[in-house]
Design a protein around this ligand. Sequence first.
Ligand code: ATP
Length: 362
Amino acid sequence: MDIIKINDNSDKLYYIGGIVRDKLLGVPSLDVDITYVGNAIEYCSKFGEVIQENPAFGTVRVNVDGRVIDFASTRAEVYEKKGHLPVVTKIGCSLEEDVMRRDFTVNALAMSVSTGEIVDYVGGLEDLKSKLLRVLHEESFIDDPTRIIRALKFRARFGFELEEYTRRLQEDYLAHINYNMSYKRVKKELIETFNLNSQRAFEIFVNEDIYKLVSPRKFVLPDVNIEELIKKYPVNNVWLVYFGLLPDLSRMEITKEERKIIVDFRILGALKTDFEIYKAFQDLALESILLYGIAKDMNAAVRYLDVLRHIKISITGEDLKRLGIEPSPEYQEIFDYVLKAKLENPQITYEDEIALAKKFKN
Ligand code: ATP
């Protein structure tokens, strides 16, 4: 999303956070954040039709020339309960106070809407040049451990590194994790990170013990390049292929569908024959098959994906009825018999299949 033009001559309206970082990096931004030094609900309603107001946070959503923009009032926050959403202590504070609640210096830059001037209270410009992620204070990860995952996301996305002191704070935190945290936010950040499909991010996630935020049990990096695997076999939910490898996901809130993908592959034992592989994988999500490959047996997964899944028998229940075989659970037995033959020799024809089925006629 590009920076949008807003007609404003005040010195109180600022693009802030990721959008300023992205503009300076010359990369497209995912969203536009604008902050008003004062009460945004009162001031920013004039820019277009108001769609929604949230007085508790001082935010207002406005349709500006067909684009939906969120305007926020500058605000100060405190983390009364560490690891959970902060409490707003002041709405309409100074820009500097607003900036101090942010995660990293490179995300704490503001740019005046009227003049384009960059306001940098925390050395964000310097860190942006050096590609460094630096927290704003030593309690930052204790207040909000999701910042550790956000850092990982920015490391993967932009090739940033952790500044040395920030790295030590991360290590300290990961050695003393407070598991009473909002896992909903952790999940959101993990999804965004893993959806980048970055082997480097996953290696950092494991080697720096970041995974312990989610799953404290020891976990060793699998000997598979998952990024390459997913490029070869594209899946809908990239993040689940990474995430599903973790041994203990009991803290995370996962949906029934997500749980199914993660659990399905775990209950499968060793698969020896083509027929066993076929039967085990035929109703599984692609994500589950890749997980089985990574965690258990890559040869079986690749054999299914490259060869076996393209083999299908042609006869149907109608054919069996026509042969005079009464519908019964025996049908499945017949289909399996034909399938076994076809897996051994994919060249067999429909007529060959009929001939095989006929053996079941009494
Ligand atoms: P993205 O491009 O992924 O959207 P972003 O930096 O814009 O990156 P958002 O999640 O949209 O990320 O957040 C917007 C801004 O809000 C950030 O740039 C940062 O200043 C601030 N922010 C977001 N999450 C946190 C957090 N957990 N702690 C402190 N500040 C945060």
